[in-house]
Ligand binder design. Structure first.
Ligand SMILES: [Zn+2]
Length: 175
């Protein structure tokens, strides 16, 4: 079942998600629903459970036709710098060049309960950081410089006020 994607202003996006303690059939079903919601979305490549209103530490993504779900993910190492024109399914139509570490090493658990490590840089590294932020109630606004945030907030408000004048999507990779 595809869920509705929650958008900026919904308090669930600011809340801390709980770690998953028991990977059971319910979690497997939730992961399936997250993929369905992701594939139903317009241009999404990754989704965190809070984006569908579920306060659990689960993220799913599909990059280069390699779908993957990760439970209780934690960034254990990060280095480098990378600027990426970031967009979020929960903040429709807003894209901002955000500087974050380039490369990350993430530890988590897969849907079979195995501890795994995932490494990524550029898009993959950015996706992992963006999704893990969602699990802690952090949106990309908080990764902008104060000047960027001010401009982005104003732009987003404007986009919300003028739905008819929404520009065409420039990016096809929403996080
Ligand atoms: Zn997002």
């Amino acid at each position: 079942m595809a869920y509705e994607i929650r958008t900026f202003g919904d308090p669930v996006l600011k809340a801390e998600a709980a770690a998953v303690t028991d990977i059971n059939g319910k979690i497997a079903r939730l992961v399936d629903d997250m993929f369905e919601t992701l594939y139903d979305s317009d241009s999404g490549i990754a989704l965190a459970a809070p984006q569908i209103g579920v306060q659990k530490q689960i993220v799913v993504w599909d990059i280069d036709d390699q779908p993957m779900a990760l439970i209780n993910p934690v960034v254990v190492e990060s280095d480098g710098e990378f600027v990426y024109n970031e967009g979020c399914l929960s903040i429709p139509e807003l894209y901002v060049d955000i500087l974050r570490p380039n490369h990350v090493l993430v530890r988590g658990v897969d849907v079979d309960g195995n501890e795994i490590e995932i490494e990524g840089s550029e898009l993959m590294g950015r996706m992992l950081q963006h999704e893990i932020d969602h699990l802690h109630g952090v949106l990309m606004f908080e990764r902008m410089t104060p000047e960027q945030r001010k401009a982005a907030m104003a732009e987003y408000r404007k986009l919300q006020e003028q739905p008819a004048a929404k520009p065409q999507k420039r990016r096809l990779r929403l996080l």
